[in-house]
Design a protein around this ligand. Structure first.
Ligand code: BUP
Length: 456
């Protein structure tokens, strides 16, 4: 045959939200007989990242591991963020010149390179210089991509009217200002702005953009992106999701869940890098107890897991802890979320709407009570709401903007758990998601075509 084996290198960025889709894609390619080299920026910010990587390499010995040894960051850029994950984006970017020698040492030569959108502007020139096709794996929604790719035009329009506008045009769609990640609306420069502007501009030069979503879930955004309506000259945007969780991610199942009636439990988690304020944690606890619904609640007290050492009881308070224990299970450690969402006892998900969380809820047909905290999460919450996958209470604002009361939370929790039509719609979307990645489905076709191209 005229096919040669394909060899693809992947370079993820910092944080579980960015790493997870790369792990899943690496596994998917590997089982399709693509040779995979997985480049890991070293060290990682969080413990969960380093553990997830160890699991990947233990389960897939055929995947080649390469480390990109990060250099101490020179504070060249005064806008570098205090957020440890954003900070790490810059550290990786400043170490990216180490990539060229690493790439040329690989054998057989690479067919393609896939990196994260936060690294696009530094990686694309490096791969272009050696004529290596380069792809971006966009780790959030296609809707967010419309903003990511067009923000530099709005920001550079010179009109400086971003601050006065009630809505922002992203592609042809108007997005209320309240949905836009707040740093993008600031007048002064900051790391989020440069992240959007530099990478958003450069992505147009990539060979293609992969995204962890599927056709029927984000039809409009995908159509606009692929018809030059967001930005002219964009390479193909290829939905390849939902990227299914791998066996190696699964941890021991929770015996506690097995004893609960089907659909009775609300799962509560705000992702791997969002710590609610102590006040908000306690209102949330009061709300959960008051709702009368049983729950499984993952509490995070610090942004970075390595620093999250406070006892659970210290975080939520002794009195509340006692009440909470009667109604639910509260944990502070990492549980395999995807496995939990797939458990028959789970009937709803109170989520910050990190995109992986959304795709995992979709995969298992679990309705979402959306409570976006920062970044892309309001845009994602809108996608959830528009699809009838859940409820989003706009007035709760961004995380930390206000303290939402326990009474209000209790009401919404009851609503999400009792809404039969929402549950029906979530199950319908689940079927659509599974069709998309099944043989002949839209996501499956997109990826198969790519692999075919890499083998030519
Ligand atoms: Br917390 C937690 N177990 O206890 P998102 C998270 N996860 O498996 P984030 C667990 O981490 P960004 C836990 O299933 C998902 O795959 C979860 O990604 C998993 O949000 C991933 O949902 C978290 O995209 O990232 O972490 O806030 O801010 O980049 O969206």
């Amino acid at each position: 045959s005229d096919q040669k084996p394909a060899h693809v290198a992947l370079l993820p960025s910092a944080g579980m939200g960015h790493l997870t889709p790369f792990l899943r894609l690496a596994a998917l390619l590997s089982v399709q007989n693509v040779q995979v080299t997985f480049i890991t920026p070293y060290p990682t910010v969080s413990l969960s990242e380093s553990q997830a990587l160890s699991s990947l390499f233990a389960s897939f010995p055929q995947i080649t591991r390469k480390q990109l040894h990060l250099l101490p960051l020179e504070k060249l850029n005064p806008t570098i963020s205090d957020d440890p994950f954003y900070y790490h984006f810059d550290v990786i970017r400043q170490s990216s010149h180490l990539l060229s020698p690493l790439l040329s040492s690989l054998s057989p030569p690479l067919s393609a390179f896939i990196t994260d959108m936060s690294l696009a502007s530094v990686v694309i020139p490096i791969t272009e210089a050696i004529n290596l096709p380069n792809y971006v794996l966009f780790t959030t929604s296609a809707k967010m991509m419309t903003l990511f790719l067009s923000y530099h035009i709005t920001a550079g329009s010179g009109k400086d009217d971003l601050h006065e506008m009630d809505v922002i045009k992203s592609g042809l769609e108007m997005m209320p200002k309240s949905w836009i990640p707040p740093p993008l609306l600031e007048k002064s420069n900051n790391s989020t702005k440069s992240y959007f502007i530099e990478n958003g501009k450069k992505m147009i030069e990539s060979s293609g953009i992969l995204v962890n979503t599927f056709e029927s879930f984000e039809k409009e955004s995908l159509r606009k992106l692929n018809h030059g309506e967001v930005i002219a000259g964009l390479p193909s945007v290829i939905p390849i999701g939902p990227l299914a969780a791998c066996d190696f991610e699964k941890s021991k199942p929770l015996a506690w869940l097995d004893g609960q009636p089907a659909g009775s439990i609300l799962y509560v988690s705000f992702g791997s890098r969002t710590a609610l304020s102590r006040d908000q944690v306690r209102e949330l606890g009061e709300g959960l107890v008051r709702s009368g619904i049983r729950f499984l609640w993952v509490v995070k007290d610090k942004k970075v897991d390595r620093q999250d050492n406070e006892e659970l009881e210290e975080v939520i308070g002794h009195g509340l802890m006692e009440k909470v224990k009667e109604k639910g299970l509260v944990v502070k450690n990492w549980l395999n979320q995807e496995g939990i969402l797939g458990h028959k006892a789970i009937g709803g998900f109170l989520s910050h709407c990190g995109w992986n969380s959304v795709m995992e809820a979709v995969w298992h047909g679990v309705p979402i009570l959306a409570w976006p905290q920062h970044g892309d999460q309001k845009v994602n919450a809108n996608v959830v709401e528009r699809n009838g996958m859940g409820i989003w209470v706009n007035s709760w604002g961004w995380g930390g903007e206000i303290v939402v009361t326990g009474a209000e939370i209790a009401g919404r929790v009851q609503e999400i758990m009792r809404n039969e039509s929402l549950r029906g719609q979530a199950m319908f979307i689940r079927e659509e998601a599974r069709k998309a990645v099944g043989v002949g489905g839209s996501s499956n076709k997109g990826l198969t075509e790519l692999i075919g191209m890499w083998k030519k």
